[in-house]
Design a binder for this molecule. Structure first.
Ligand code: BDR
Ligand code: CA
Length: 332
């Protein structure tokens, strides 16, 4: 684990997705407060198709006054035909609310591929950039395959993915981001020895509620598109989370992807374990499962730090307060 930068430069690799949007908004809140720099958003195929995740990222950046930030287009996943997560996030990845927001201004057809952006930015600033990856790891793996060793040039790589001592959410054993492209995940885990992992073991405790959403918008213009969007997206996500029994009946939804930012800015809210993480890439029933060796043995071959406990009270106190800062500042 490396020392934290006080003002991290971040590439956000994301497949929005309702919880991705909440993570992006939190990150933009840090940027607004002068606590972080967002270098690029590299969109990925995942929750919905690459073209949709791209325009979703663009719409959110436009809405919040960050349309100057570049957006990469997701590298296609080999052997397509995988089931996406539109049933959780809406067919547009935004709770079917994309028509309520200003249109995307970035153009998918003209955009650089996400792996190219990752390669170029890491070469331009070796050890200066933190990658936050909250979707399937296709873009990162493509960058590593094209330019072996490139991911070592990141200051740190923090991912949301995996399920170690709890059930999966897409199969009994696998978590969505890893299951969607297990080979890509294995490539990323092989790329360096300090991948930071936020698995379902912690994110299944991160239930964002209506009351939290109301607190976030409390000091914003209630008529603003952003405030109305946040409330409506929260409602949509609560509906699907309850339908899929993700929150033990609590009316809320899991903000899985925000855990990565919790780690970066409030590491005291998490307990991490050193581990050698492996990904099941050949299993008949266990495809995409993440495994670690918990035996009392020297962890000389470890490749990761895996979060296994979270203080959700402290996490949400910070999450809500930081989001308020963004909502106060954005009038649209
Ligand atoms: C992960 O899968 C996606 O559906 C979410 O956006 C999150 O990144 C949780 O398993
Ligand atoms: Ca995601």
């Amino acid at each position: 684990m490396t020392t934290q930068l006080s003002h991290p430069k971040i590439i956000l690799d994301t497949d929005p997705g309702g919880d991705d949007i909440f993570a992006l908004l939190w990150l933009l809140g840090f940027v607004k407060q002068g606590l972080a720099e967002l270098v690029a958003v590299t969109s990925a195929d995942g929750n919905v198709a690459a073209k949709r995740t791209f325009s979703c990222a663009s719409q959110i950046l436009n809405l919040t006054g960050f349309s100057h930030i570049k957006v990469g287009r997701g590298v296609p996943v080999k052997g397509q035909g995988l089931e996406d997560a539109a049933h959780i996030h809406g067919s547009d990845g935004m709770g079917n609310l994309s028509h309520t927001l200003p249109a995307a201004t970035h153009t998918f057809e003209e955009a650089c591929y996400s792996d190219e952006i990752i390669i170029d930015e890491l070469n331009a600033d070796p050890e200066g950039i933190t990658i936050i990856a909250i979707g399937p790891l296709t873009n990162l793996a493509a960058a590593e395959t094209k330019s072996p060793g490139i991911l070592k040039k990141a200051k740190e790589i923090v991912i949301m993915g995996g399920a170690f001592f709890c059930p999966g959410n897409v199969t009994p054993h696998a978590e969505f981001n890893i299951w969607f492209n297990p080979e890509a995940a294995q490539t990323v885990f092989d790329s360096r020895d300090d991948i930071i992992v936020m698995p379902l073991d912690v994110t299944r405790h991160l239930i964002f509620t209506r009351d939290m959403a109301q607190a976030v918008v409390s000091q914003a213009n209630p008529e603003s598109k952003l405030a109305q969007f946040l409330i409506a997206l929260c409602e949509f996500m609560i509906g699907t989370a309850l339908g899929y029994r993700e929150t033990t009946g609590i009316p809320g939804f899991l903000v899985h992807d925000a855990a990565t930012l919790g780690y970066l800015f409030y590491p005291e809210t998490l307990m991490l374990r050193r581990a050698k993480v492996r990904v099941e890439t050949k299993g008949e029933w266990t495809q995409g499962q993440t495994l670690m060796d918990s035996r009392l043995r020297p962890k000389t071959e470890a490749n990761a730090w895996v979060a296994l406990q979270v203080d959700e009270g402290k996490f949400f106190t910070s999450f809500v307060e930081d989001l308020k800062q963004l909502f106060k500042a954005v009038v649209a």
